[in-house]
Design a protein around this ligand. Structure first.
Ligand SMILES: *[C@@H]1O[C@H](CO)[C@@H](O)[C@H](O)[C@H]1NC(C)=O
Ligand SMILES: *[C@@H]1O[C@H](CO)[C@@H](O)[C@H](O)[C@H]1NC(C)=O
Ligand SMILES: *[C@@H]1O[C@H](CO)[C@@H](O)[C@H](O)[C@H]1NC(C)=O
Length: 348
């Protein structure tokens, strides 16, 4: 049985050389992701990155098959970027130098014991999360998408219809608060901008462009607001769990170096990950995987070919792996009058 399978593979392999197969894979990749390159040299560079990524993915998945890793990797639309290019184009979280943690107490009353919390939470399944966005490799605006995602959840919690908020509004306009648009930014500075500006446009009003532009905030397209932000007790996964369970989706930052960019499924764990965080994500829930243990459920902003349709699971309660609980925060919202565009949900 075994031998016949091996034999079949050998026969099939005899028809096309490894180079032909690689050529076909590269052609398929370009077609699938509509990848275009400006020059022959540019394409050669992209193909070299693709081949290296492909090899790294295959090697990692062999380790996964042997039970040595807790997650699988795979190719995605960014697999034609070399790791260093990927990091500089996609990872734009840059914490404010004087970021204070925590800015305010998490709760006024006594915090519930972790045992009282639900064992599983998924705000996406409950309708508090909008569709997965793609920041593209032209703009390191992860911080803007994470901030918009946290706000979307809180606006929904105030009883309004869930609506994507404008990351471009944050990219263009929160520069006043020290953010650097497509270069990098801090989610808290985005929340500060929304507070001082007294509003954030909907994505519909102020669509994503993946480049720096002048601030074009349109007061009539406002769909979100906040009254500042709250930092989750730093490096404390229990505090993060309580917040996610009770408040909603939380903006967090992680050390996204290494093969996080190739993550496909399973629970991401990297024993040498640090708390020097580089990339913003939205923590939308948590749970426990039968095989790999506790995880945080995150929504990324790298399109739907990354991870599980744009979502991922990261190790939870394993010494704050990759710093997921180091820079977690969320906006807080007092009750407000509806703006023209906000639609109240009929809750019955
Ligand atoms: C917003 O709406 C008001 C009232 O309809 C209008 O006067 C104003 O010009 C609009 N502002 C923008 C920026 O479109
Ligand atoms: C972590 O947060 C929990 C919940 O707020 C709190 O009870 C606990 O004391 C915190 N641990 C540390 C080390 O700060
Ligand atoms: C784990 O994290 C470290 C530190 O960021 C990084 O250098 C390394 O490449 C990562 N390992 C993997 C397998 O991604």
């Amino acid at each position: 049985m075994m031998w016949s399978v091996v034999l079949l593979c050998l026969l099939a392999g005899a028809r096309a050389s490894p180079l032909q197969l690689l050529n076909e894979e590269w052609t398929a990749f370009k077609l699938q992701h509509d990848a275009r390159y400006g020059s022959v040299a540019e394409e050669a560079r992209a193909r070299e990155a693709f081949e290296n990524n492909r090899l790294a993915v295959a090697r990692h998945n062999q380790r996964y098959a042997l039970g040595l890793e807790s997650y699988r990797t795979g190719l995605n639309k960014y697999s034609d970027l070399a790791p260093a290019d990927f990091a500089s184009r996609m990872n734009g979280f840059q914490p404010h130098a004087r970021r204070q943690r925590p800015a305010r107490p998490l709760r006024r009353g006594a915090a519930p014991a972790a045992g009282d919390l639900p064992g599983h939470k998924d705000w996406a399944a409950e309708g508090y999360v909008t569709s997965v966005k793609d920041q593209t490799s032209d703009c390191a605006s992860c911080w803007a998408f994470a901030a918009a995602g946290a706000l979307e959840g809180q606006v929904r919690r105030k009883g309004y219809k869930i609506e994507p908020l404008s990351a471009q509004n944050l990219v263009d306009c929160s520069t006043k608060f020290g953010n650097e648009g497509c270069k990098c930014g801090d989610t808290n500075r985005a929340f500060m901008y929304v507070y001082v500006n007294a509003g954030l446009d909907s994505e519909d009003t102020y669509p994503y462009e993946a480049r720096d532009g002048p601030c074009r905030y349109d007061i009539n397209g406002t769909y979100g607001w906040d009254d500042g932000f709250i930092d989750v007790n730093a490096d404390n996964e229990t505090a993060l769990q309580i917040t996610v369970a009770e408040v909603g989706p939380v903006a967090a930052a992680i050390d996204a170096n290494g093969n996080f960019k190739d993550y496909k499924s399973g629970v991401y764990y990297n024993a040498t990950c640090t708390t020097t965080v580089t990339h913003s994500v939205l923590v939308v829930g948590y749970g426990t995987d039968e095989r790999e243990g506790d995880y945080w459920l995150i929504k990324n902003s790298w399109g739907t070919t990354w991870g599980e349709a744009g979502y991922g699971k990261m190790a939870r309660n394993r010494d704050n792996n990759c710093g997921i609980a180091s820079f977690a925060s969320y906006p807080y919202l007092y009750d407000r009058m509806m703006t023209r565009h906000q639609t109240m949900i009929n809750n019955n």
